[in-house]
Design a protein around this ligand. Structure first.
Ligand code: SAH
Length: 256
């Protein structure tokens, strides 16, 4: 006969642990474990259809398993071109935006990128993609909870050229400078000077920046409209190009 639970009901600790911190094998989505490669290739084909053409970026997007960076409940959306919540009010960036920004970093450069600084590790997905196309990646996150989550997510990949840092990315990371490329996954109202200071000559920075048009352009919900900004550091100085509108989480200072 089935015994009725006493009150408070005793929960099998191994079961509850599996729920909160599932090992990778359990974490794999039903039906995605074996054929995630095919699903990813479809995503890459779609990105190519939208204009992504750099073979290095296409290959990296095809290799990095995005489903390992999202909660198990969202795994079935892992290869859709959408941002998804990763906790603490932050999001994993859309594959279309990740690949667009990395393609901009690679533009006009042959082979692998040199040292890259990423501001806003989040869950670590973009950092993993960057580690495929650069010799060295420094990725900095201000939220301890996400810094640790990224470390956990990335353990599986064993990326020896990727260094995760807990810190305020608005200050850059002087110890790793100069950088061939800097990429920000969070947008502020201006580019911190530390970033352009730490950029190598000939290097490129890609970041979302709030655009304050006459009258103060505001998007939905009163959020300042952002655009993708590219800055090239040349012997003649900094050359800035403003590209399409984007929507990133805000760049904030200090640790939390
Ligand atoms: N690259 C991530 C995107 C994460 S969202 C991905 O692949 O999914 C952007 C991240 O930037 C958030 O985790 C947020 O906490 C972080 N962030 C915002 N301001 C920051 C700062 N000053 N320094 C470091 N990280 C910052």
């Amino acid at each position: 006969m089935k015994q009725r639970p006493t009150f408070p009901a005793r929960i099998d600790s191994s079961l509850s642990a599996a729920k909160t911190k599932a090992p990778l094998a359990v974490n794999l989505p039903q039906g995605l474990g074996m054929d995630s490669m095919a699903v990813r290739q479809r995503m890459v084909q779609k990105l190519a259809g939208q204009g992504l053409s750099d073979p290095r970026v296409l290959a990296a997007m095809g290799r990095v398993e995005r489903h390992r960076f999202v909660d198990s409940a969202l795994v079935n959306q892992a290869y859709e071109d959408t941002s998804l919540p990763i906790g603490l009010g932050q999001t994993i960036s859309k594959p279309g935006v990740v690949s667009r920004m990395i393609e901009l970093l690679c533009q006009g450069k042959e082979g692998k990128l040199g040292r890259v600084l990423e501001i806003g590790t989040g869950c670590g997905y973009q950092a993993a993609v960057l580690s495929e196309i650069a010799t060295e990646v420094y990725s900095i996150e201000r939220l301890r909870g996400l810094h640790e989550k990224a470390r956990e997510n990335l353990r599986f990949f064993r990326l020896a050229n990727l260094h995760l840092l807990l810190g305020d990315g608005m200050l850059g990371y002087a110890q790793g400078a100069p950088y061939a490329a800097i990429i920000a996954a969070a947008g502020g109202d201006a580019l911190p000077t530390a970033w352009t200071d730490q950029l190598a000559m000939g290097g490129r920075l890609v970041a979302p920046v709030e655009q304050r048009a006459a009258g103060g352009a505001r998007g939905a919900g009163g959020v300042a409209a952002q655009a993708l900004v590219v800055v090239d550091k040349t012997s003649q100085g900094l050359h800035q190009t403003i590209l399409e509108a984007v929507h990133f989480v805000p760049l904030k200072s200090g640790l939390a």
